[in-house]
Design a protein around this ligand. Structure first.
Ligand code: PLP
Length: 385
């Protein structure tokens, strides 16, 4: 198997698993308990908090709240702002957000708020002039825009977005689930107010995430109960998951080489299939992501052929693959439904090799050529009947 679907989820790094195992075996005490065995567990959580804080450049580890996933973090940020700033009804986002952001915006509207979707350019970048205009309308409580897109890998001009939002008195939530661990993310240099991240995208397990809440802003918890996480996220902590996330964060800060893998793969494909389209801004793109369009092809058929060849990739985001709707991200970029339905996303991780990149490219070229032959065979008799 050649796994090129790391934007959907990543394999757990063996070092992460090693760090987690003691907390699934002997160190199982409830971190809130008062005896000595619990103290070690509590301190492991605090070490993980520092590791995650270091990965995103947070000034204080306490600005991080552990959650169950990126989706929970995104929901918590939206719900908090909506309930604490009722006099500012506006939410500004883009049509290219992950489903979690899109659904939160629907809830915002259902609760009587006003939602503006700022357009993106044909390359998938936020239209800053349109953002400024949306903010001019006033009373915007929150601008919620992703740092990097999960389908195209396009990186948003997040510094400019923060400057515009803050100048208009709005807070900023950033879905950085795809950005952290792949490109530098520093919340002091780019002072977002909230930032969501997820363990399973950076070689930690599924079921753990984090929400950064700047010390400057107030926060109202989504989950209330026993008062864990300093009262900001109740529920007994997923200790092993949190330790895994901390370890993964520490590992993510070392050197990466995904761009060489991605560029080798893309170079091979483009050399042989000259009409291939690279969707998204190639200059401002995650180093691991290749979102390709194969004009006239059907992504669903290509997926089957690639699966047979042992290559795992996806058509759009993992959440939508089962339904095979054309990507809402490409749609927002103005891509036609026909072109969008020929899109495949390949996403690399540090566990891929150059050999895999070259072999996967061969498999893609072969699959597209095979589909072309099948299509030509089918169109012959049909054309004359
Ligand atoms: N945001 C983005 C950009 C994502 O890619 C994903 C996962 O696909 C999420 C949010 C949701 O994260 P999780 O799966 O941890 O809930």
């Amino acid at each position: 198997m050649i796994y090129l679907d790391s934007n959907a989820t990543t394999q757990v790094d063996p070092k992460v698993l090693d760090a987690m195992l003691p907390f699934l075996r002997e160190a199982f005490a409830n971190p809130s308990a008062s005896y000595r065995a619990a103290r070690g567990v509590r301190s492991a959580i605090e070490t993980a908090r520092q590791q995650v804080a270091a990965m995103i450049g947070a000034a204080r580890a306490e600005e991080l709240i552990f959650t169950s996933c990126g989706t929970e973090s995104i929901n918590a940020a939206h719900v908090s702002v909506r309930s604490l700033w009722p006099d500012r009804p506006g939410l500004v986002h883009t049509g290219t957000e992950h489903a979690a952001g899109i659904e939160c915006a629907k809830r915002w509207r259902e609760a009587g708020g006003r939602v503006t979707a700022v357009p993106v350019t044909p390359q998938g970048r936020v239209d800053l002039a349109a953002l400024e205009q949306a903010l001019d309308a006033g009373e915007v409580a929150l601008v919620s825009i992703m740092w990097a897109n999960n389908e195209t890998g396009v990186i948003a001009p997040i510094r400019e977005i923060v400057e515009l939002a803050h100048a208009a008195g709005a807070l900023v939530h950033c879905d950085a689930v795809q950005a952290v661990g792949k490109i530098p993310v520093d919340v002091q240099k780019v002072p977002v107010d909230f930032l969501s991240l997820s363990g399973h995208k950076i070689h930690a397990p599924k079921g753990v995430g984090a929400l950064y809440v700047s010390g400057r802003v107030r926060f109202r918890p989504l989950l209330v109960g026993g008062g864990q996480e300093s009262g900001r996220r109740s529920g007994t902590e997923n200790v092993a998951g949190i330790v895994g996330l901390g370890t993964a964060a520490a590992l993510a800060m070392s050197e990466r080489s995904e761009h060489a893998l991605r560029d080798t793969f893309e170079g091979h494909v483009m050399a042989m299939l000259r009409d291939t389209i690279v969707w998204g801004d190639r200059e401002h793109r995650l180093p691991n992501t290749s979102c390709l369009g194969f004009p006239g092809m059907d992504a669903a058929g290509l997926l089957i052929l690639l699966d047979e060849a042992g290559v795992c990739c996806s058509a759009g985001s993992a959440c939508h693959t089962a339904s095979l709707h054309p990507s809402h991200v490409l749609e927002s970029m103005g891509v036609s439904a026909a072109d969008a339905s020929s899109m495949l996303r390949f996403s690399f991780s540090r566990f891929n090799t150059m050999d895999e990149a070259a072999l996967a490219a061969d498999a893609v070229i072969h699959a597209v050529e095979k589909m072309r032959v099948l299509k030509d065979d089918a169109s012959g008799p049909v054309a004359f009947s």
